[in-house]
Structures are given as structure tokens and as C-alpha cells.
Design a binder for this molecule. Structure first.
Ligand code: SUG
Length: 448
């Protein structure tokens, strides 16, 4: 193995927060709308996420974990004029401004694919690993994540000589950015220099009917410039019909790893042009494009099963890639049989499937791939990163005990305004700052 190909992809999953609930906040996300105002199970949700992380570790992959954010977001509610004790702030907000209160409660930071866009050092002009926090400006509840996410990534990657953590782009419609959910990378191996594909739904100023297009071309350009990608960057437009069918992020209809891009026929406006540009820029590998025909799997089945929101990974020593798919794919006859056929082909690029259960997250439109942020690190970068974010059995056991101790079994719509939630979640998060290397001033309530 050459030095430059020694990098390893590490999945950093967002830990589901104690206020996981279904508030129907995301227009264009069909699962979020369908399950609005139903009861959520925060403890199960967090345990399902942790079990998925442990499963990938058991398969031989490196795994990290990112902390939930403080919710309800009391500091933000105070900035809107609510006052008194934290519990009083929450109670007043819930009764007088339910739309704002719901945004302040969302546990959406769990979908770490939206935390940032990450370029491995092998791709970046200055030889550092670059990460740009996403502004998530399309949805009110998500725009609140950027500041805390930046804090997290700086804790994880503290050494400026190796890591460049960029703050979010200005939160404006022109620079709308949803992070790695609209970014794919192809390379001979995870650590080798690659081609980075930025997928956008619209250019700034373009009028669009239908569901919101959350990523602009201008944001993609800015990220590629900041990261110093030069000619490694490729820009592809998402098909409007995919967005309107519920693919609010590209990772609902496409996923790439190493030399393989697996996507739905209706994912991109011009798949042919994308293939040609990737082929022209690919160094040291022959790209493999697996396009799923709409006649075989319609967009509706792709979106409801989350077939493409799978993780594509290479297990140690494996010749072919493995698809880590949600169990909903197996439960749908069309997607289940399609995957069975795909992996049975001779010399299949994707040769194995592992089904994982993340049902609570799926009910809000977050599959296995939404829950993770991929960061390729060289051995030296990994050594320079904060070690306490890497999952091992001891940390998993501590997190499991922490979840069991602090998380409610159920959060029904009628429970959400409960002022006791504030103290409960702050106590839990305060304890978490001693389980993960966050420090005693990580959360806003700790600094108040
Ligand atoms: O932004 N759902 C998230 C799901 C994000 C999935 N991420 C990726 N595709 N990478 C969203 O729409 C729903 C919250 C609610 O309705 O309670 C929500 O925010």
C-alpha cells in the first residue's frame, strides 16, 4: 500500500438525542410528513443507531460517534424574547409559539450526513483535511445546528496544521447547503486522491415549483473552492422529478464508494455527462456506474424503502463492496428482489448486503446513510484527532447505559410541552460531556 492510499474511511454517526420526535417539520420529506404528530420512541431510536454503529464495527470497520445538540434550544428561545427559568422559557414558548418551539426541540442533528461536507487531505491543494459545516438554511429547525456542529468538529479535529474546519456558508437562499448528503466521492481506494461529485437542486435565483431544492450550485462551487479541489470537483444537477418525488437530498437516490456509483435512473439531470466527466477525471481506477432502471424500481419505491440511502462499504479483505441497507428495503418486494439479483451477478461490484434496523430514524426520513458523516483519515490524522470520539466496546457500553438511564421510552405529541423535559435533557447532556471528550462548556446551558 502506498502512503497516499493508506487513508481509511471512518463513519461518524450522530447519536440520536433524547428529544427525538415526529413534528412534520420537513416539507418535501415524505416520511416526516406522513408520521407528523405520532408518538416517537427516543430510547429505541438511540439504541437502534448505536446497534448500527456496533454492527459496522463487528464487520471490521472503524466507527466514530458525534454528540446530540442541546434541545430544547433554550438559548435560541431566549434570543426570541422568552425569559425566566429554562423550564419557564420552554413552557411559554410551547404554548405561545408552537411552530418555533417545535423547531427548538428537533433532534435532527442525528443525521450527521448533513453536518458538513468533508474532503480528504489527498484531494485538497494544501494537503489538509477540509470540512465545511453545512448551513442547513432551508429548514428552520435545521439552521439551528451549524454553530454546535462547528464546535463538535473542532473538538474532533483540533490541529489546524492537519485539519481545516470551515464555518457554515452564510445562511442565505443563494448559498443553501446540506452537507455530505449532496456530496459523493469516487477514488481507487478511500485514501487515494479522488473525484468529488457535488449535487445541486437549483442555481441561485432560479424559480422552482414543487418541493424545496435544498442545495444550490453556488454553495457547491464555494465548498470546492474552499477545500482547494480544483479540477477534482464535478457538479451535477439533481433531476427535478426526484426532488418532487421526495428525494430532498441526493443521498436518497444515489450513493458512491471507491470506484462505484450506485444510483436511480432519475437521480441526475444528465447522468451521461456526469459519467463522462468522472471518467475523464478518474486517476488510477475505472469507474463503475450502477444505474437502477425506473422500470425495475420506481422512484416511489426507492424513496419509501430508502434503497439508495444505504452505506456502501468495503469490508476488510472483501473483493466486492457491501451495501448496508435499511430493513425496509428487504420488506419491499421490488427493492428486496432487486438487491438480491444485484449481488448475485457474477463479478458484482456490490456483492453483499447487510440489513440494519433504524426504523425510528427512517420514520423521519433518515436512513443508514443519513446517520453518518464519512471522514477519510490518514493514520497520522487519525492519531491527531480526539480519540474519545472513536467507538470501542467500552464506549458503546457507556453510551448504552447512558441512554437507558436518561431517555424516555416514548415521546407522544402531548408530552412535548412538558417543562420537565428541559431539566431531563440538560442532565443527560451534562453527563454526556464526561462520556465523550466534550468538556464542561460544550453545551450552551453549561455556559449560561
Ligand atoms: O432534513 N428530517 C431530516 C432528515 C434528514 C435525512 N438526511 C439525509 N438524507 N442525509 C430532514 O428532512 C424531520 C424532523 C421532523 O419532522 O420532526 C427531519 O428533519
Amino acid at each position: 500500500m502506498t502512503v497516499e492510499s493508506a487513508g481509511e474511511e471512518i463513519n461518524f454517526d450522530g447519536l440520536v438525542g433524547p428529544t427525538h420526535n415526529y413534528a412534520g417539520l420537513s416539507e418535501g420529506n415524505l416520511a416526516s410528513a406522513r408520521n407528523a404528530d405520532t408518538a416517537a420512541r427516543p430510547r429505541d431510536a438511540a439504541l437502534q443507531g448505536l446497534a448500527k454503529m456496533q454492527r459496522l464495527r463487528a464487520l471490521g470497520l472503524a466507527q466514530g460517534v458525534l454528540p446530540p445538540h442541546e434541545r430544547p434550544n433554550i438559548a435560541w428561545l431566549r434570543s426570541l424574547g422568552f425569559s425566566g427559568s429554562d423550564a419557564a422559557v420552554w413552557e411559554q414558548a410551547w404554548t405561545s409559539e408552537p411552530a418555533l418551539a417545535r423547531a427548538a426541540l428537533a433532534s435532527s442533528a442525528m443525521w450527521a450526513a448533513n453536518a458538513a461536507t468533508v474532503s480528504p487531505s489527498a484531494d485538497c491543494a494544501d494537503g489538509r483535511l477540509h470540512a465545511s459545516v453545512a448551513n442547513l438554511q432551508t429548514m428552520l429547525h435545521r439552521i439551528l445546528e451549524a454553530e454546535q456542529t462547528e464546535r463538535t468538529l473542532r473538538r474532533l479535529m483540533p490541529d489546524d496544521s492537519r485539519f481545516a474546519v470551515h464555518p457554515a456558508l452564510l445562511a442565505h437562499d443563494t448559498l443553501s447547503d446540506e452537507g455530505a448528503a449532496n456530496h459523493m466521492r469516487m477514488a481507487a481506494s478511500a485514501g487515494a486522491p479522488g473525484v468529488e461529485i457535488f449535487v445541486y437542486g437549483r442555481a441561485a435565483g432560479e424559480a422552482r415549483a414543487g418541493f424545496p431544492a435544498r442545495q444550490t450550485l453556488e454553495a457547491c462551487h464555494a465548498l470546492a473552492r474552499r477545500h482547494g479541489l480544483a479540477s477534482r470537483a464535478v457538479f451535477a444537477r439533481q433531476k427535478a422529478g426526484a426532488i418532487d418525488a421526495g428525494a430532498f437530498h441526493n443521498d436518497v437516490v444515489a450513493v458512491a464508494h471507491e470506484h462505484v456509483l450506485f444510483h436511480h435512473q432519475d437521480a441526475f439531470d444528465d447522468a451521461g455527462a456526469l459519467y463522462a466527466e468522472v471518467r475523464a477525471k478518474a486517476k488510477g481506477f475505472e469507474p463503475v456506474f450502477i444505474e437502477t432502471p425506473r422500470a425495475r424500481v420506481g422512484l416511489e419505491d426507492a424513496v419509501s424503502s430508502y434503497l439508495f440511502n444505504s452505506q456502501l462499504v468495503r469490508l476488510p479483505g472483501a473483493k466486492a463492496l457491501t451495501l448496508v441497507a435499511p430493513t425496509e428495503v428487504r420488506e419491499n418486494n421490488r427493492t428486496g428482489s432487486y438487491v438480491a439479483e444485484l449481488i448475485a451477478q457474477p463479478n458484482a461490484a456490490v456483492g453483499h448486503v447487510e440489513y440494519v434496523e433504524v426504523r425510528e430514524s427512517m420514520r423521519n426520513g433518515g436512513g443508514p446513510a443519513c446517520l453518518r458523516l464519512r471522514i477519510v483519515m490518514t493514520p497520522a490524522e487519525r492519531a491527531a484527532a480526539a480519540q474519545g470520539f472513536f467507538l470501542d466496546d467500552a464506549l458503546a457500553a457507556r453510551l448504552e447505559a447512558w441512554i437507558a438511564k436518561h431517555y424516555r421510552e416514548e415521546l407522544a405529541p402531548a408530552d412535548l410541552g412538558d417543562p420537565a423535559l428541559v431539566d431531563e435533557t440538560q442532565t443527560a447532556l451534562d453527563e454526556l460531556t464526561r462520556v465523550l471528550p466534550l468538556g464542561s462548556d460544550f453545551y450552551p446551558f453549561q455556559r449560561a
